[in-house]
Design a protein around this ligand. Structure first.
Ligand SMILES: CC(C)(COP(=O)(O)OP(=O)(O)OC[C@H]1O[C@@H](n2cnc3c(N)ncnc32)[C@H](O)[C@@H]1OP(=O)(O)O)[C@@H](O)C(=O)NCCC(=O)NCCS
Length: 337
């Protein structure tokens, strides 16, 4: 077997959500909003919010441990940890290094990946390429976010949409002649021209934290919701359709679609455009809101544990986020994952 032809198997999944639940009703006590408005416009009913001392690396470590357990591996087996996040614990070092220490995976490489809400699909592309090329045998890929730390809780146009959490998968080199590829194909893309639609103004090197930047709330997430909505619907459907076509499938072949969990209306519109019945979409945003890079891996783990992913069935992941970035992944769900 040549080094460039290793199969890639999804070996286990895990997720973690903070204990604290904040309902729409809770939010309506502090800002001018209502459960009815939020549910109608977004489908979100509640979200999880991490504790003051609960860092993304803590949530990522919990999700990672659960994925390791499901995969039947130990931290010593892991060759690489990739954490997709836009709310890492610190500007540096990477959250992946902190996770490495927390789970006791001593000798692996570790790095973060910045692609906002598309980070998990981008991470799948990187991790599966590393395994396929023979560089690594077992990769722990995690999406982890503490979006509550960059939200302006007085801004009703953004704070009602997001939540905290982490999800993880273990990708492994397939062993033996019977090993079947879990990753059929992945497509990712970006368009930096629209970077201003969803961003955090201060806190980076262009606008380092100052008393003034903090006083003006420049470290909070900013978004043009309507424009983001339009782009999301178009690009998610287009990317999914192109990916399916590239591999000789149609949307009708897909047994379960796991979309980025941002807004139920975005998902419903995508379902219509793809002509896939909504009941084939796995949706949990009502309980978590948008957890950015954590959203797809949390949903993937919940779908797997709920028996929604039939061994051998086609699973389609579709993501969209700041950057702008997007991506889709076509998986064949393994027996035993
Ligand atoms: C944010 C979003 C829910 C807003 O829905 P919308 O139907 O576009 O609503 P609008 O922005 O047009 O606002 C309509 C009205 O509701 C108000 N409003 C906004 N948020 C509100 C809230 N939480 N509660 C009550 N009213 C609210 C607005 O102020 C506006 O009032 P006005 O007409 O008096 O100015 C929607 O645009 C969206 O989901 N966008 C995509 C966001 C997203 O998913 N981002 C992440 C992508 S990874």
């Amino acid at each position: 077997m040549s080094a460039a032809s290793h199969t890639v198997v999804i070996r286990g999944t895990g997720s973690y959500a903070p204990a604290k639940v904040v309902t729409n009703h809770d939010l309506s006590k502090t800002i001018e909003t209502s459960d009815e408005w939020i549910v109608t416009r977004t489908g979100i009913r509640e979200r999880r919010v991490a504790g003051r001392h609960e860092d993304p690396s803590d949530m990522a470590a919990e999700a990672g441990r659960a994925a390791l357990k499901a995969a039947g591996l130990t931290p010593a087996d892991i060759d690489a940890i990739i954490v997709a996040t836009m709310t890492g614990d610190l500007p540096f070092p990477s959250t992946a290094c902190l996770v490495q220490h927390k789970i006791g995976a001593r000798k692996c490489t570790a790095f973060d990946l910045a692609a906002a809400c598309s980070g998990f699909v981008y991470g799948l592309e990187v991790a599966s390429s590393l395994i396929r090329a023979g560089v690594h045998r077992h990769v722990l890929l995690i999406g982890a976010e503490k979006l509550s730390s960059i939200l302006n809780w007085q801004d009703r146009t953004t704070c009602v949409l997001f939540g905290d959490g982490a999800g993880a998968v273990i990708l492994s080199r397939g062993e033996g002649p019977g090993a079947r590829n879990s990753i059929i194909g992945i497509r990712t893309g970006a368009d930096g021209e629209d970077a201003g639609l969803l961003y955090q103004h201060a806190g980076g090197s262009r606008h380092p934290a100052t008393a003034d930047s903090v006083a003006h709330g420049q470290h909070f997430l900013r978004m043009n919701g309507r424009e983001v909505f339009k782009h999301a619907v178009l690009v998610m459907e287009k990317t999914a359709t192109e990916l399916l076509k590239e591999h000789g499938y149609t949307a009708a072949d897909v047994e379960c679609v796991i979309p980025h969990q941002a807004n139920r209306r975005i998902i419903e519109t995508m379902a219509e455009r793809l002509e896939v019945p909504l009941d084939r979409f796995f949706i949990n945003l009502d309980r978590y809101g948008n957890t950015s890079a954590a959203s797809i891996p949390i949903a993937l783990d919940e779908a797997a544990r709920a028996g929604r992913l039939r061994p051998g069935g086609l699973v389609l992941l579709v993501a969209f986020g700041a950057g702008l970035t997007w991506g889709a992944a076509l998986l064949r769900w393994p027996a035993g994952a």
